[in-house]
Structures are given as structure tokens and as C-alpha cells.
Ligand binder design. Structure first.
Ligand code: GLU
Length: 505
């Protein structure tokens, strides 16, 4: 069994945008598959037509494309275990439902929703199981002729799994260890409904895991209660030998306080819970996404990877390749992971810092364009190199760097009061003359000549530099002065100095 090829699946239901927790589940599956040279399968679990949301499947596919997580098989990726959309596998499920009926592991039940409701009222904590099933209307309690007649006349029915009571079901979980659940707490799950001729989630999910030769089921904690059903159904079909290994991932928790991370937390605290912006087709509501909020996909992946797992030391920045190498299900925590979105911003900052200046410049270009700036690429690259350590998002580069591209038209009042001295106009005009005489306008040469001029004249270094900054930037911020003037070039530097003197005189 250990020699088995690793095959894992991400199996979302297309019921809306993909939650960031789902992205983490997919990521862990991906890392595990890549580490073991296995297959990563994309299955769409759409047997519940009531919850189907148009556009959700496309959204999920686009999300993974953006993140750079590639599937090997599945909806829109091909493969020879298809179709991978459950709504296209009806006939397969029908066949397997029949197998369970034939070997007595399942039965047909005719109870209407009203009858079930009445039972629930009559019996506290009613559960359809070994203790109650004989008092219900099903093929175990009714004579065979009656059952056949009901089916023949087109009465609607469901097929239920006949769970044997009082049996300890062992689920081997790679994160949680041996989980033991007594079968008596499970109800006789509905596996199939004649009304829409479709299986329920439970049956389809398990039949597909078997047929798609899934070796490991890595999924959110919320599915842990379903795990014994997985085991019991595999057994009922006689598939014990190919039972997948399980790993139920820790919950993602609210950034503040307890409880599961929800979309409302994102709205309340101002961070996205979806990978891409989502336009809800029903309500028209638009929810923010990591992509549109300016996150780099590599940063999102690194951030998510560490929510519930760590490499065993305090290394935080890891490329996708490193994550593939280091990931280990045994190092996943059982306890929930707090969703620290400030940390997410920090990761984005770190990834911007580590990115090539040319690449960051490429991402900054469209934003410059939006502001009507058409600057030469080498200038943008230099500016980005000077300023990228100051931002967490590419879009914030604009506010931080715009003085490199547009001359100030106004001068910050506070800075002016503090930094613009009585002799500043005169000094700045002198400085302009000094700079004008330079043939070599490189940073180093400017610095050398200007420092010498200041020293020779006995001027106050701070006063000169502060005034110089105000003329070029319009306020008191920015990097090293000669970095700024070198990027602006001689002509623009002189123009800005002389204009400032005129305005501020
Ligand atoms: N369709 C289920 C979901 O959307 C899949 C659960 C599982 O991984 O088995 O969460």
C-alpha cells in the first residue's frame, strides 16, 4: 500500500467564490503531490443543483491559474479518469448505488419530508438509524411487493446507507492520529435521490475517490465527521485495500478572538477572504480579492502555507520549490491557525523587496499609465529600486514615488516653515549654478562637488539639504538627495530649484 502512487484531489463544490481556506487546502494537496511526484486532480462536486452558482467553476480555475498551482488532471485539464464533473457521472453512481442495494448495505426509503418532520417532533433527537429505521417506511420495514409496487407507480424514494450500530470506526489521520468514532452516532445517510436521479455528496465523493484512485484525502477539518462514513462506505464496497489516508487540516481562525474565519471578518477588518474579486451573480455584491488588492501570488502562497504548518524552524520566506521540498503533513498543527492578515501584508512587502527591480517596474507601469505618466523604463527601474523597500503593495509606489515623475506644484506648509530659511532662496540659486556647471551629473560627482562647495563656503549642511529637498520633492520625505537629483537629471533639477525659489521667495 505504501508503494501506491500518490494521487490527491481538490474537490470544491461550485457554490460561490473560493474561500481562502479552500485555497490553503488546495495548496497543501498540491505541495504533497509535487513532493511525491504524484498527481493533483481537480474535481467539481456539483451534485447539489440547488446550491450551484454560475461562474463559480470558472472563478476557481482562474484563481489557481493566478496562483500558479497547476493541476495534472480534472475539469478543463483532461485525464483518463474523467469526466471530472460529478453532474456528468450520473450513470456511474447509479451503478454503485445498485451494488449497495444488491448486497444489502443500503435500502430504499419512502418517507416524505412531512413524515420525517413529524417524527422529529414526536421523538427528541430523532435520528434515522438502526434504532428507528424499522419504524419508518422503507424496504427493511415494508413487504417486498409493496416496495416494488411503490417504485413501479413512480413514488419518489431515497437510498440510505445501512449503518451497523455500535461499531468503533477507526480513521487513521496523518495529522490527528487515530480517530475513533462509534458508528451509532451516524445516521443512515441518504446516498441517492430518485427525484433528481442524482447521488448525494457522500456517495459521489467516495465513489470518485475510489475510481480516481485517490491515495490521500487532504481536506478541511469540517469534513472530519464525514471521515468514518468514508471508511464505512469503502468497506461496504469491498475497497478496503485502496482506502485513502486522511489528513484533516486545522481551521483558519479569526484574526481577533475565537471562531472560524468568515467573510464578515474580512469586511469588518478590511482584508480579502477570496483569491480574486468576486461578483456575486445573485446579490450583485462585489467582494475584494487578493489579486485585485495588489498581492503577489507568490506572497499569498507563502503566507497560506504557514497557516497551519511550519518547516520546524523559524524560516518564513520560502519559494514554491522550497515549500514543495519542505512540506510535511506530520508537521501540520491540530490547533486552528489564526489568520494574521498583517502578516500577509508583510509577506507581500518581502516579496516585492526580493523581486527584480525590472519585474517590479513592469508591474508599476500600468499604474503610472493610469496617472498619465509615460516614463522611460530605465528610469522606472531606478526609481523602483530606490523606493520599493517602502511599500507593501505595488500600487502604493505611486504615492511614494510620484515626485520622480511630476514636479511639485505646491510645497508642504509645515516643511516650508521649518526648513525654508531666510537665506534659502539665495543658497538655492547658488546651488543651481553649481549644478549647472557640471558635465557629469552622476550621483557621485554631484555629491562630491556640492559637498565641497558647502564646505568651502562654510554653509550649514542640514539647511542646504533640507531646502534642496523641499525644492525637488515639495515636502520633507524621500530617499538620499543626490539619488533624487540624479534620477531627475540636470535640466529637471535646475527647473525645480528655480521654480521653488520663485514660488517660495
Ligand atoms: N466538495 C467538498 C467541499 O467542497 C469536498 C470535501 C472533500 O474534500 O472531500 O468541500
Amino acid at each position: 500500500m505504501s508503494e501506491r502512487k500518490v494521487r490527491v484531489r481538490f474537490a470544491p463544490s461550485p457554490t460561490g467564490a473560493l474561500h481562502i481556506g479552500g485555497v490553503r487546502t488546495a495548496l497543501y494537496n498540491y505541495l504533497f503531490a509535487r513532493q511525491h511526484g504524484g498527481d493533483f486532480i481537480f474535481r467539481i462536486e456539483d451534485t447539489d443543483s440547488n446550491r450551484f452558482v454560475p461562474g463559480a467553476e470558472e472563478y476557481i480555475i482562474e484563481s489557481f491559474k493566478w496562483l500558479g498551482l497547476e493541476f495534472d488532471e480534472g475539469v478543463s485539464f483532461g485525464g483518463n479518469h474523467g469526466p471530472y464533473r460529478q453532474s456528468e457521472r450520473r450513470d456511474i453512481y447509479k451503478k454503485y448505488v445498485q451494488v449497495l442495494l444488491d448486497n444489502g448495505k443500503a435500502y430504499v426509503a419512502f418517507d416524505t419530508p412531512e413524515e420525517l418532520e413529524a417524527k422529529r417532533k414526536e421523538i427528541a433527537n430523532f435520528q434515522y438509524d438502526a434504532s428507528t429505521r424499522l419504524s419508518m417506511r422503507n424496504s427493511l420495514s415494508l413487504p417486498k411487493e409493496e416496495v416494488d409496487a411503490l417504485i413501479a407507480e413512480g413514488k419518489q424514494y431515497v437510498v440510505r446507507f445501512k449503518i451497523e450500530p455500535n461499531e468503533d470506526v477507526h480513521v487513521h489521520d496523518l495529522i490527528r492520529g487515530e480517530v475513533v468514532i462509534n458508528s451509532s452516532i451516524l445516521d443512515d445517510k441518504v446516498l441517492y435521490k430518485s427525484a433528481d436521479e442524482l447521488p448525494t455528496y457522500h456517495l459521489a465523493n467516495i465513489v470518485d475517490d475510489h475510481l480516481m484512485e485517490v491515495s490521500h484525502v487532504i481536506r478541511g477539518e469540517e469534513w472530519l465527521p464525514s471521515a468514518p462514513l468514508h471508511v464505512l462506505l469503502y468497506r461496504a464496497f469491498g475497497w478496503e485495500d485502496t482506502m485513502p489516508e486522511f489528513a484533516h487540516l486545522p481551521l483558519l481562525l479569526k484574526p481577533d478572538g475565537n471562531g472560524k474565519l468568515s467573510k464578515r471578518d474580512g469586511d469588518r477588518l478590511g482584508f480579502p477572504v477570496f483569491p480574486l474579486e468576486w461578483h456575486d451573480p445573485k446579490s450583485g455584491e462585489v467582494s475584494s480579492g487578493y489579486r485585485e488588492s495588489g498581492y503577489l501570488p507568490e506572497a499569498v502562497i507563502n503566507f497560506l502555507a504557514l497557516l497551519g504548518w511550519n518547516p520546524g524552524n523559524d524560516q518564513e520566506i520560502m519559494s514554491l520549490d522550497e515549500l514543495i521540498r519542505l512540506f510535511d503533513l506530520h508537521r501540520c498543527s491540530k490547533a486552528g491557525a489564526k489568520f494574521d492578515f498583517e502578516k500577509g501584508k508583510w509577506f507581500n512587502h518581502e516579496y516585492i523587496l526580493r523581486k527584480d527591480n525590472a519585474e517590479v517596474a513592469q508591474l508599476f507601469l500600468p499604474i503610472l499609465k493610469e496617472h498619465g505618466i509615460d516614463a522611460p523604463m530605465d528610469k522606472v527601474i531606478t526609481v523602483v529600486g530606490l523606493m520599493k523597500d517602502r511599500v507593501s503593495f505595488i500600487k502604493d509606489l505611486w504615492e511614494t514615488c510620484k515626485f520622480f515623475f511630476v514636479a511639485p506644484t505646491e510645497y508642504d506648509e509645515k516643511t516650508r516653515k521649518k526648513r525654508w530659511k531666510e537665506d534659502s532662496p539665495e543658497r538655492m540659486l547658488e546651488l543651481a549654478d553649481v549644478l549647472e556647471a557640471l558635465d557629469d551629473f552622476s550621483l557621485e560627482h554631484q555629491e562630491e562637488v556640492v559637498m565641497k562647495w558647502i564646505a568651502d563656503k562654510g554653509y550649514h549642511l542640514g539647511n542646504i539639504m533640507n531646502a534642496f529637498r523641499l525644492t525637488l520633492v515639495g515636502e520633507g520625505k524621500g530617499p538620499h538627495m543626490f539619488d533624487i537629483s540624479a534620477v531627475l537629471g540636470k535640466e529637471e533639477t535646475l527647473r525645480r530649484i528655480r521654480r521653488a525659489v520663485e514660488v517660495l521667495k
